[in-house]
Design a protein around this ligand. Structure first.
Ligand SMILES: C[S@@+](CC[C@H](N)C(=O)[O-])C[C@H]1O[C@@H](n2cnc3c(N)ncnc32)[C@H](O)[C@@H]1O
Length: 208
């Protein structure tokens, strides 16, 4: 299997130039997420890639800490933020496990197109829960390859055969839902739209 850091480092440049896919859906996800922000919001994103989503959200929040395992992705993200005069995002090269932060220190945690790339998405969801303040929200778009036999699954099988892809989790939506509810999250909003990556916003219960 290809090392994830090498894989994503090698793709950072082309990833930064690729389109978001369904732009209308992407913009709707941005607007939907922004309803959960206020000017005091402290946001954490893991697997941030080249920072596109964090940069869109930056004007609506106090501060974003955005991390990724690929230093090339982080480098591009930093340059993009600089070019747009965005000064309230701290980009860090880090895995989720190594990320150092005080428990219950963020209002929002975001994980877009990343949980299916982790060997232990359940653990990642538990970390997201731990990092959130009571009443905070977890926002995720997560590819569930286990739910259909799409062309992505075929490509994945071929890629695995030729050792060209890093670890990919063939996650089912019901498994994802179980991980989320076992962690303690309650669904606040979800899209289950045909041919679209599930988009879910979950709440950590407020302290009593
Ligand atoms: C498909 S891209 C998604 C990027 C961005 N979140 C987006 O939606 O455009 C996956 C990103 O996750 C990062 N990544 C892959 N494995 C990771 C891991 N184990 N820990 C943290 N980041 C990881 C990659 O470097 C890459 O930037």
């Amino acid at each position: 299997m290809v090392d994830a850091v090498d894989f994503w480092d090698a793709r950072a440049e082309s990833y930064s130039k690729s389109s978001v896919g369904n732009e209308e859906a992407y913009n709707e996800k941005l607007r939907t997420t922004q309803k959960y922000f206020d000017k005091e919001s402290l946001v954490f994103e893991f697997g941030c890639g080249t920072g596109t989503t964090a940069i869109h959200h930056a004007p609506f929040v106090q501060r974003i800490v955005a991390t990724d395992i690929s230093s090339n992705m982080i480098e591009i993200a930093k340059n993009k933020a600089l070019a747009e005069n965005i000064t309230n995002i701290e980009f860090q090269r880090s895995t989720l496990e190594d990320f150092e932060a005080t428990d219950a220190s963020f209002n929002v945690v975001m994980a877009h197109n990343i949980l299916h790339l982790l060997e232990d998405p359940e653990q990642a969801i538990k970390i997201a829960y731990r990092l959130l303040k009571p009443g905070g929200v977890f926002v995720t778009s997560t590819v569930c390859l286990g739910d259909s036999f799409s062309h992505w699954r075929v490509l994945l099988i071929i890629g695995k055969l030729f050792r060209k892809v890093p670890y990919v989790n063939v996650l089912k939506r019901e498994t994802l839902n179980r991980y989320l509810s076992d962690a303690g999250f309650a669904v606040d909003l979800e899209w289950n739209r045909k041919k679209q990556t599930p988009f879910i916003i979950l709440k950590k219960p407020a302290a009593r």
